[in-house]
Design a binder for this molecule. Sequence first.
Ligand code: SAH
Length: 260
Amino acid sequence: MRKGVRVWLVGAGPGDPELLTLKAARLLASADVVVHDHLVAPEILARLPRRATRVYAGKQRGRHTMTQGEINRLLISLARQGKRIVRLKGGDPFIFGRGGEEALALARAGIAFGVVPGITAATGVAAAVGIPLTHRAIAQACVLVTGSRRKGDADLDWEGLARAGQTIVVYMGLAGLERVSRELVAHGLSPRTPAAIIQQGTTASQRVVAGTLAGLPRLAAAAHLRAPTLIVIGKVVRLRRVLGRFVPAPPPNPARGPRS
Ligand code: SAH
């Protein structure tokens, strides 16, 4: 590890271990402790070096094993013990991963840290299923939003989201899909806008349910999808009909069952 840096906030990508960056793989190989959360795919955990101690920090929807404050304090105390720590997070640490909160806590504690970007679910999963998130003629913008709402959270800017020529990617959106669909239609998006929800993209458990914005909640409920799932809304989703036939299947994972 680079001299001085005690904690690396590392993005693990969406699941396929080959989507780890070389830098992530190198840091994992020399870590003393790997603190990971639920989102990090078993395919990736299976490849961690045996010498590293693993700490599961939880973060499954509705089942927080450690609070964010506890995770922050753990990282700080491990760093003070002089350990080489990798804080491994699904996707990219700075996109809906609370990596920003952890970075701030480390900064406030005066602990040197580094951030290794990862392939975020939007780009990784879209590529795996044949959906270009932008296309010159179809979508000139792509917006990433969280569908998860806690009491007191500001509502999404539905009007802004319903703008033409824009692809919407919703993270943590399964539980709120019905509402997302209803609000976007109420704010002007056609109910026939193509939309898809992808379960456990880039892994052997990948599944895609595609339809229209208005029809997707019913299709998703009938499919009994498992987390994590990503929702993509916009005309680009239609391109999957052609491109989806050419994308290779995700790598098999015979050693492990799907994530619960
Ligand atoms: N930092 C992560 C996102 C954390 S929020 C990133 O950059 O990807 C967790 C959400 O990410 C999940 O609820 C889901 O919406 C999305 N997600 C992450 N990995 C995914 C995958 N392999 N397939 C589908 N969605 C995924």
